[in-house]
Design a protein around this ligand. Sequence first.
Ligand SMILES: *[C@@H]1O[C@H](CO)[C@@H](O)[C@H](O)[C@H]1NC(C)=O
Ligand SMILES: *[C@@H]1O[C@H](CO)[C@@H](O)[C@H](O)[C@H]1NC(C)=O
Ligand SMILES: *[C@@H]1O[C@H](CO)[C@@H](O)[C@H](O)[C@H]1NC(C)=O
Ligand SMILES: *[C@@H]1O[C@H](CO)[C@@H](O)[C@H](O)[C@H]1NC(C)=O
Ligand SMILES: *[C@@H]1O[C@H](CO)[C@@H](O)[C@H](O)[C@H]1NC(C)=O
Length: 463
Amino acid sequence: YAFFLSLLGLALLLNCQLGSAYLLTCYFTNWAQYRPGLGRFKPDGIDPHLCTHLIYAFAGMSNNEITTIEWNDVTLYQAFKGLKNNRSNQLKTLLAIEGWNFGTAPFTAMVSTPENRKTFIASVIKFLRQYEFDRLDFDWEPGSRGALLRTSTSFIILVQEMHEAFEQEAKQANKSRLMITSAVAAGISNIQPGYEIPQLSQYLDYIHVMTYDFHGSWESYTGENSPLYKYPSDTGTNAYLSVEYAMNYWKDNGAPAEKLIVGFPTYGHTFILSNPSNTSIGAPTSSAGPAGPYTRQAGFWAYYEICTFLKNGATQEWEASQEVPYTYQVGYDNIKSFNIKAQWLKQNNFRGAMVWAIDLDDFSGTFCNQGEFPLISTLKYALGLQNTSCTPPAQPIAPITLPPGSRSSSSGGSGFCAGKAKRLYPVANNSNAFWHCLNGLTYQQQCQAMLVFSTSCDCCNWA
Ligand SMILES: *[C@@H]1O[C@H](CO)[C@@H](O)[C@H](O)[C@H]1NC(C)=O
Ligand SMILES: *[C@@H]1O[C@H](CO)[C@@H](O)[C@H](O)[C@H]1NC(C)=O
Ligand SMILES: *[C@@H]1O[C@H](CO)[C@@H](O)[C@H](O)[C@H]1NC(C)=O
Ligand SMILES: *[C@@H]1O[C@H](CO)[C@@H](O)[C@H](O)[C@H]1NC(C)=O
Ligand SMILES: *[C@@H]1O[C@H](CO)[C@@H](O)[C@H](O)[C@H]1NC(C)=O
């Protein structure tokens, strides 16, 4: 303990630069306020220390100008601003504008002429400044619908003109520049026609890759919502449906890794199996799983609804109308998969994590018994964002376990761990990393930024 304190004293003398460069960007949806009972969520439920960036979804557009879409958006904007004040402006807020529900026609009309674009850009500057947002996030997904294919070039022109207008405004107003980000497709069939990646990357400050919704009840077989790697038997275009493939596709096609943010879902997609005894990945399904009591959308459950399902332990249900039993199947993420993906994100030098959505995590902690915001807290911890002050971690950082058969740096029965006891070992040339030996399998794992693996506690600690 004394040793700890003297190190701490030294760190304080050294001015304690213990920040993390990773971003943790969380979407808030303005329709979460309409969920019943415990599912209801408003900005006052957000822990201002949880995420580094908060995105308010969504604003809309009318007459080529950005607008509110909910009756109380302005009130909720004020609450968002309040969260920022509580963190002496370390928290950045973004306003997302969507184009999914109001279709492609207004978008196409807006981007098609310089006058319309100018009107739109001017309205965005006024709106963001008025409600004190720091950035605009486009959720337009050009390319995700056939009609938008031709507009991808005009989307780049719009982003470029907006970037220039933002720079000019910052100079004139003597304020820091408004930034521009965009949520972008992870499905390769959407990326290819939709985006000119290098040009787009030049004008966007960050790129939120929606690495989820890879599989769901719109298909006739089960699959994971957000698999890190492809399923071994996936072939053809299905082999592209993974976080790894999508992130590398963006990187390899011209987006710099330091602008790329990996998407993490706090929800799952559910299915009803055709044959209840075949529960494997790729098993045939008959339909979407039933709607959850709070999110009320067939085939979709928030993480907290999944916890209820798991707690009840019942996987078999009786379909009264057809007198047949059926089983639900759900593809989702949990603390373990978030941890594994966060380590992967760091190993691959991506800039951070984006979460859809803060209101789908177990924000109250009442459903999952894992504390408040268990999934997003996992990311915050894994990305070294738990605090920028110089206190040592309260708890030794429990090493995560990877499932046997995971492909992450594992080598079955060979490698460093061959013949070694089940334990953690230091890595000779990298104090930030440690070996995790499990049944002879080798996993290399990393401590969070600034910490080193210590054999005295089998944990990550200050150097
Ligand atoms: C934010 O700050 C205000 C006053 O500055 C305070 O009343 C409020 O409780 C704070 N909220 C949180 C979540 O810390
Ligand atoms: C611009 O803002 C900075 C910091 O707020 C201030 O120090 C500076 O004097 C301002 N410059 C002008 C030209 O107003
Ligand atoms: C389950 O379904 C998949 C896909 O149709 C099939 O390949 C597999 O053999 C089935 N497994 C069982 C146990 O029926
Ligand atoms: C981080 O530090 C701030 C200010 O010192 C404190 O209010 C907050 O509770 C801390 N957060 C965590 C997760 O420890
Ligand atoms: C550590 O050593 C291994 C094997 O000798 C090598 O492959 C790896 O690149 C080294 N890592 C660092 C960070 O030097």
